[in-house]
Design a protein around this ligand. Structure first.
Ligand SMILES: Nc1ncnc2c1ncn2[C@@H]1O[C@H](COP(=O)(O)OP(=O)(O)OP(=O)(O)O)[C@@H](O)[C@H]1O
Length: 242
């Protein structure tokens, strides 16, 4: 089966400093893959490179394919039109707009043939957003704001959702809730690459784990096999395992 998303020999360097070197990574239809690793491991660099987007001006080499099509030379908007959608770290919502306005401002790009989630589907997925339609995004809780950011990304009609640390800054109960909701989104039409520093929470929802350390894949595999992998615990000692 053709992977939905595939990276080959993906390398990213900031000012000559290698931040990422991934020989191969792929995401199958209906899969939820967790990318875990400590601060600075290269998780954001990875998802940003997949989307062709960056903070700063890194040098990016290698190839990215979406459903078998080489998108490496394409701009971010062209990759979005082909089915990639990113919720960056910290979410991406307009704080001074209401929930309703935030959702209305998000939709498929011109020229995209991707069917977006309808507003009714969004409200069914996130009933809390429906209850808060007329609230400003700035007045939402951290968890609700993250749901709004995810909902906005779904309005672009993605087949692959890239989520960069959706649990950051959330209370433990909300982390579980948001990640469960992420799990419930995954199906034949939507795969998710979930960047997560919270290893414990990620293990509960993902199918497969990729452990990054200093820009390289240290270990990867089905979550059942990775759960007790000593390399995982070692990489996290003193960090997110607590
Ligand atoms: N815009 C940039 N300019 C220069 N170096 C950068 C830039 N962005 C990231 N880096 C460096 O690249 C490496 C990987 O950073 P990245 O943000 O991808 O890690 P991360 O795993 O997402 O970390 P965190 O969990 O803290 O967000 C780090 O050494 C970081 O300092």
């Amino acid at each position: 089966m053709t992977p939905l998303l595939e990276a080959r020999n993906l390398r990213v360097a900031y000012a000559g400093h290698r931040a990422l070197e991934v020989p191969h990574l792929q995401l199958a239809p209906g899969e939820l893959v967790g990318v875990v690793g400590a601060n600075g491991a290269g998780k954001s660099t990875l998802v940003n490179a997949l989307l062709g987007w960056s903070r700063g001006h890194p040098r990016v080499d290698g190839q990215v394919f979406v459903r078998g099509e080489d998108v490496s030379g394409m701009a971010t908007h062209a990759r979005v039109a082909r089915g990639l959608s990113l919720v960056p770290e910290g979410g991406a919502v307009f704080m001074r707009l209401t929930v309703e306005e935030n959702l209305a401002a998000a939709g498929p790009l011109d020229g995209s043939d991707r069917p977006a989630h309808s507003l009714d589907e969004i409200y069914a997925l996130f009933p809390r957003l429906k209850e808060r339609l007329h609230h400003l995004a700035s007045a939402l809780s951290g968890g609700e704001r993250q749901m709004l950011a995810i909902a906005r990304a779904l309005r672009l009609g993605p087949s692959v959702l890239l989520l960069d640390e959706p649990s950051i800054g959330l209370a433990p109960k909300l982390v579980t809730e948001v990640l469960r909701q992420v799990r419930s989104l995954v199906g034949p039409k939507l795969s998710v690459l979930l960047v997560e520093q919270n290893l414990r929470a990620a293990i509960e929802v993902v199918d497969r784990l990729v452990l990054l350390e200093r820009g390289r894949i240290l270990a990867e595999g089905p979550v059942a096999a990775m759960r007790d992998d000593p390399r995982i615990l070692q990489a996290y000692l003193g960090e997110a395992v607590a």
